[in-house]
Design a protein around this ligand. Structure first.
Ligand SMILES: CC(C)(COP(=O)(O)OP(=O)(O)OC[C@H]1O[C@@H](n2cnc3c(N)ncnc32)[C@H](O)[C@@H]1OP(=O)(O)O)[C@@H](O)C(=O)NCCC(=O)NCCS
Length: 329
């Protein structure tokens, strides 16, 4: 068997839309309050895409920033993989639109459907392609325009979600000399498919006037069940990623920004302190596949990641799905 090529993260980038939507916005039409939302989720505001913006538009900004950070051009890319549950169209993929817009003339392109685990899945896929020598430079993204799929009549879910995009460029580690991906993991339990789902618009219930009338094209979520699943999986995955390594080597945990209370409960279980955890949920809410790459990019640009030390990324979501990665920065 050919030896595995070590893979590094050569650059990161992110983009959030300009329009910031504070909690007070929801007080106008839902029985909720800024106080409830802050206390129960940690969210203070989120970003919503402009009317003429869709997921690929957010991705193009994030991709260009990641390419610039990596110091490579779009024509150098061999592959683009996008984790998203909100592509511009059901057909074709968001990845193809991005490939065209950034001028990645030689690249293959596809989307992966893993909801909030979307970026962990695109990262894992990109890593496997580079490690196997099947691609040299891969752009991986996690991006969403969830504001188009939120049921603004449902206070239990409407207040959680936001829009954004994050990206990373993967190359052989020998080439970039940073961000070596030491391990990744992906998991699924489809028996929980209806914890978070959009029940119509696919092949089981194609769109009809009735499905629209019944609001079945919006996200439906069993928040309390997701909460329980999330706390246990977040702490278990962080432990699994660090297994065999000294916690002293850890520089930062970049968790899915799902709910501040879920992050705190998972940290509590692990006896970890706040300063080693990246949290930006107060600014952006839960942007599903975009939370981890946006937080990673912000941490990287803010100088919060110490070179040579370990970064753990974890996410989970609809499917149910979960995924993690351990990186030596
Ligand atoms: C959705 C979530 C914030 C709800 O918080 P919670 O503490 O679990 O609240 P509960 O669902 O137990 O509801 C408690 C009460 O608050 C009410 N409530 C729910 N949303 C509310 C809101 N926005 N404003 C005010 N009250 C609200 C409920 O109706 C319930 O009232 P009741 O006791 O009279 O029935 C929380 O469960 C969560 O974050 N889950 C994870 C969801 C997620 O991020 N999923 C995305 C995929 S990873």
């Amino acid at each position: 068997m050919a030896s595995r090529i070590r893979v590094g993260i050569a650059g990161t980038g992110s983009y959030v839309p300009e329009r910031a939507v504070p909690n007070a916005y929801f007080e106008g039409f839902l029985d909720t309050s800024d106080e409830w939302i802050v206390q129960r989720t940690g969210i203070r505001e989120r970003r919503f895409a402009a009317e003429d913006e869709a997921t690929s538009d957010l991705c193009v900004h994030a991709a260009n920033r990641a390419l610039e950070d990596a110091g490579i051009g779009p024509e150098d890319l061999d592959l683009i993989v996008v984790g998203t549950l909100t592509p511009d169209y059901p057909l074709p993929s968001a990845a193809c639109l991005i490939q065209d817009r950034i001028g990645a003339k030689r690249a293959g392109a596809f989307d992966v459907a893993a909801a909030c685990t979307g970026f962990m899945t695109s990262l894992s896929t990109g890593e496997a392609f580079v490690a196997a020598g099947r691609a040299r430079r891969v752009l991986v993204l996690g991006a969403e325009t969830l504001s188009r799929f939120v049921d603004f009549e449902d206070r239990g879910s409407a207040i959680i979600f936001g829009d954004g995009a994050g990206a990373a460029v993967l190359t052989p580690h020998d080439e970039c000399g940073q961000g070596e991906i030491l391990r990744t993991t992906l998991g699924a339990d489809g028996s929980g498919y209806d914890y978070i789902h959009i029940s119509a618009g696919g092949s089981r219930h194609p769109p009809t006037a009735q499905t629209v009338e019944e609001r079945k094209h919006f996200i439906q979520m069993r928040g309390r069940e997701v909460f329980r699943f999330a706390v246990s999986h977040m702490s278990e995955m962080i432990s699994e990623m660090l297994d065999g390594y000294d916690q002293e080597e850890l520089t930062l945990v970049v968790p899915h920004q799902v709910n501040r209370r879920i992050i705190d409960a998972a940290l509590d279980r692990l006896g970890m302190t706040d300063e080693k955890v990246m949290v930006n949920i107060h600014k952006y809410g839960n942007t599903s596949a975009a939370t981890v790459p946006v937080a990673l990019d912000e941490a990287h640009r803010e100088g919060r990641i110490e070179k040579g030390k370990l970064v753990v990324m974890v996410a989970f979501g609809a499917g149910l799905t979960w995924g993690g990665a351990l990186v030596r920065w």
